[in-house]
Design a protein around this ligand. Structure first.
Ligand code: TMP
Length: 239
């Protein structure tokens, strides 16, 4: 599939048009950003790692009944995806308290949550991606009431599939962010990516962080951590 003009450039990916109007090419970048791009970096090969990790996880989710935008991989760092209109709500799912949850509510870092917590954030960099409740979503006309319920259901379902998958590979899925889009027929598809840029993984034995917190917190060995996540995904391949 031939890549045509650049349609959109985000912090982690570029989206290109292609010969088929219903499809796009998603190119994973080596750039790393944190704190709404106030901190910037670059890791050679990070885009390819995220592309591979995300492809494996989207395929796993597809096998378990979650509809995604993924069509196929085109190269190390490119996917062919269905064109969707992104719902501007970041769906964050949490199993263990850390990050902004502990800062906002004073919950102890590392506390295992008594239930899976699903949160919505407004995908708007100018506003700094503020947290939203359901009524804020309705007020801003971001989604309907039934779509919000569907996003929560999908977030929980994705969590239960991925949490078990990573547990078998010695990783705690602490939390993650997913985005959804609507295709031309109005179907809600899992879009964007699922990678160490958008998830937190802690080693079950050592609690070592194997995700973008290594960059956010200046812990070093970012690429080594992403390679380790990919290795564990591929090693324990029981899909
Ligand atoms: P948080 O604790 O900073 O709110 O992050 C929750 C999860 O969402 C964590 O796995 C990282 C991910 N995330 C993103 O993918 N993009 C973002 O812009 C932010 C703030 C978090």
């Amino acid at each position: 599939m031939k890549k045509l003009g650049l349609l959109y450039e985000g912090k982690g990916k570029r989206l290109y048009k292609c010969e088929d109007d219903d499809l796009l090419v998603s190119e994973f970048k080596d750039d790393l950003t944190a704190f709404n791009a106030q901190k910037k970096g670059n890791e050679n090969g990070k885009g390819a790692l995220n592309c591979q990790i995300s492809t494996e996880l989207f395929r796993l989710l597809e096998k378990n009944g979650i509809k995604t935008h993924l069509v196929e991989t085109l190269s190390d760092n490119e996917q062919l995806v269905k064109k969707v209109e992104i719902i501007p709500i970041e769906v964050v799912v949490r199993n263990i308290a850390t990050g902004s949850l502990t800062k906002r509510l004073g919950i102890k870092d590392g506390m295992i949550l008594p239930f899976t917590l699903v949160e919505f954030y407004y995908k708007d960099d100018d506003l700094g991606d503020p947290i939203l409740n359901d009524e804020h979503c309705l007020l801003l006309d971001l989604a309907s009431e039934s779509e919000l319920e569907e996003l929560k259901r999908l977030g929980r379902e994705i969590n239960s599939i991925l949490k078990g998958f990573f547990l078998k590979r010695g990783l705690n899925l602490v939390d993650f962010k997913v985005e959804f889009g609507k295709d031309k027929d109005g179907n809600i598809l899992l879009s964007d990516e699922i990678s160490p840029d958008s998830c937190r993984f802690w080693d079950i034995e050592t609690n070592e962080k194997l995700d973008k917190d290594r960059f956010r917190q200046g812990l070093g060995n970012v690429k080594v951590a992403y390679e380790e996540v990919l290795k564990r995904i591929l090693e324990g391949n029981d899909q």
